[in-house]
Design a protein around this ligand. Structure first.
Ligand SMILES: Nc1nc2c(c(=O)[nH]1)N[C@H]1C(S)=C(S)[C@@H](COP(=O)(O)O)O[C@H]1N2
Ligand SMILES: [Mo]
Length: 330
């Protein structure tokens, strides 16, 4: 078996940007070497068992299917054509299933029922929700959103879900809560990336301030293209934050914690000089290793100029008044 540790400088696989997978914190590499850990990295992410798990996502009928298609909320319009479903569903970032983009078949092993979402921390109504009971509390709607990956590709998709602030109303955060911390499942038996890249700080964690979470744009996604989301999209529950780089839109959430501490996020702990807490889109602030001025449109490969806050400044710019000293754009 070929086991090799990719070095940060020997692997540019996509022409337009160096993907996040390239990045490995040096200290982490050293620590790994020191501990004698064996790691199988991107590029040889062998899906050694292509046989589908019996409880794989697609093989179980989705009990939420009757909720689709949901009514479209026409307040959210696009400035570009919608990305073809075929493209959006076969080019995905989901490191739990590999550091490359062709993870859709592998992600299908994720059993998305039963699925429990824990809401805890500084809330009046902490609870463990079976996903379908949770969905039953909300009216689903469809929104057309742009999505801008920090790697400089973009797409435009019809998400279905409910506003995050509807979940706030359900959980009743205490006034002392300043942040929300979101956590993805952690199951190395199912997710090959969690087995093979065991030095990554699993589980994937993301976070928002309470003010960001209450903004109307912050959306909890349950479906896409008029039906329940397939596992590669982050089923059964993910975030969509269209004014931020894509890595903030955490997938397959199992825990939502209200806290007064700013969460340490997955990408921040891997690369604090490259990925921060805010990660708002700004074409004028380059990533340390590439420009963010343009984006490659998924499917057509059109090169488009990237917009400040990904074009959503009118709705969100006010959230960042007085925070100019912070690294808002990484
Ligand atoms: N748990 C988890 N969530 C994640 C990721 C991931 O690797 N793991 N990748 C992020 C990144 S970098 C992007 S661009 C989007 C991609 O979403 P898509 O595959 O639906 O396009 O998911 C985000 N959410
Ligand atoms: Mo991304």
């Amino acid at each position: 078996m070929l086991i090799r540790i990719r070095k940060p400088w020997d692997q540019v696989r996509e022409a337009d940007a160096t993907p996040e997978s390239v990045f490995l914190d040096r200290r982490r590499l050293m620590k790994m070497a020191g501990l004698g850990t064996i790691a199988l990295l991107a590029g040889c992410d062998g899906d050694s068992n292509p046989a589908k798990a019996e409880s794989g996502g697609a093989s179980v009928p989705d009990p939420s299917a009757p909720l689709y298609p949901a009514r479209r909320n026409d307040a959210f319009i696009l400035d570009r054509p919608q990305t073809d479903e075929q493209w959006a569903s076969t080019y995905n970032n989901f490191y739990e299933f590999g550091t490359h983009k062709q993870i859709w078949a592998n992600a299908d092993k994720l059993p998305i029922r039963p699925w429990t979402v824990v809401i805890d921390g500084m809330v009046a109504k902490p609870a463990s929700w079976a996903i379908d009971d949770l969905l039953g509390r909300f009216t689903l709607e469809e929104r057309l959103y742009r999505h801008r990956c920090v790697e400089a590709w973009s797409m435009a998709v019809p998400w279905t879900g409910f506003p995050l602030r509807a979940l706030l109303a359900l959980a009743e955060p205490l006034s002392a809560a300043k942040y929300i911390r979101f956590e993805t499942f952690n199951d190395p038996k199912i997710a090959s990336g969690q087995r093979q890249n065991s030095f990554y700080p699993w589980p994937y964690v993301e976070g928002l301030t309470m003010e960001e979470a209450a903004n109307d744009l912050a959306f909890m996604v349950t479906g896409v293209y008029g039906k329940p989301a397939a596992p590669q999209f982050g089923a059964p529950l993910r975030l969509a934050l269209p004014w931020k780089y894509g890595f903030k839109s955490i997938k397959s959430i199992v825990r939502i914690t209200f806290t007064d501490q700013r969460p340490e996020t997955f990408w921040q702990s891997l690369g604090p000089d490259e990925y921060g807490f805010w990660a708002n889109v700004n074409p004028q602030v380059p990533h340390p290793r590439w420009s963010q001025a343009f984006e490659r449109v998924l499917g057509t490969d059109e090169r488009r100029p990237t917009l400040l806050f990904n074009g959503y400044g009118e709705q969100v710019a006010s959230l960042y008044k007085g925070l100019e000293h912070e690294a808002l754009y990484m």
